[in-house]
Design a protein around this ligand. Sequence first.
Ligand SMILES: [Ca+2]
Ligand SMILES: [Ca+2]
Length: 341
Amino acid sequence: MRAVVLGLIGAFVLSGAVMAGEYLMNNLGRTARGLYVTFDSPVVITSYGDDLMNISPAGEATEFTFSGGEVDRYGGQWLNWEPADVRLVSYWWSSNTIVPTTATGPQPGDFESAQTALRVVSDETRMFRKSAEDYEEGRGYEQAIDEDAWYGSSDLAKLLRDNEYAVDAITASPITGLALLDDDGRRPAVLMILEPTHERTYTESEISAIRLFVSTGGGLFLASSTWRADEASAGSADAIARAFDVSFRYSGKLHDATDHHSDNLHVVRVSNWGEHPIARDVRGIYYQGTYLDETGGATVVGESDDDAWFDRYRAGDAGDDVKQADEEAGPLPLFAVLEYG
Ligand SMILES: [Ca+2]
Ligand SMILES: [Ca+2]
């Protein structure tokens, strides 16, 4: 295959005086059915082939989609364009059948990057600011990847970086497919949404963008602590989860009287792990939050003990650390993995 690629590049060089060309390899890891390319100035695609037979639009443009066929894993699509000095800036493959609509045009978020790096983007569009005494200008936000106070996520970011991941944050809403791209037009491997705040809920268009990101090959790491009856909007994570037929239990917090940290019955040590690769070598995690109410098509990979329970928030309190008869008992699902799209 490599020889074929080199041969094609050679052909492009020979014809480079009047037109430019590129061979784009499908490195999605599976069969592709659509390709989106974008240039820094308008071009005419003078020739292309052979696997994706349809091009849209037909004339001069800066963005094109190819469809109407299949490209095997590690196969590719070649294309030539003119003028030759225009640069192809980015491209995405899709495993889904692409039906370009002339009304709105293809959206880059509809496509998977051919260049997905080991990059994790943390959602910091809705950071919760700690109280005044905890706050320093430019800092003091819960779960911020640069925050090294106890409520920050700098330890998690460091762990990811130590394992070769690049970690950065999206800070401006709305979340869109384009907003997740880096400066080179590459999509991240994973979008991380850790405990959305009490502030603004996620809009329908953002949730659609997140679902599209996942259905076209992106990863989503979604976590929720908990939320109270009088803080309904803090259930933002739940609205995202429901887009994948999963939900977080409302208004309460997991407790375990026999496995917890220090005196905190609600900081539960979780030791029951399934066989999934994501749980491999995991022995214990301290966990604070609600549980997964509906798990839909997801595979539960971590659950509580039998003697854990869901301590419900009652009117005016945040639970009483005592199990009442009507409170759900373990085992309760806490971690789940869903293949989607
Ligand atoms: Ca226990
Ligand atoms: Ca209780």
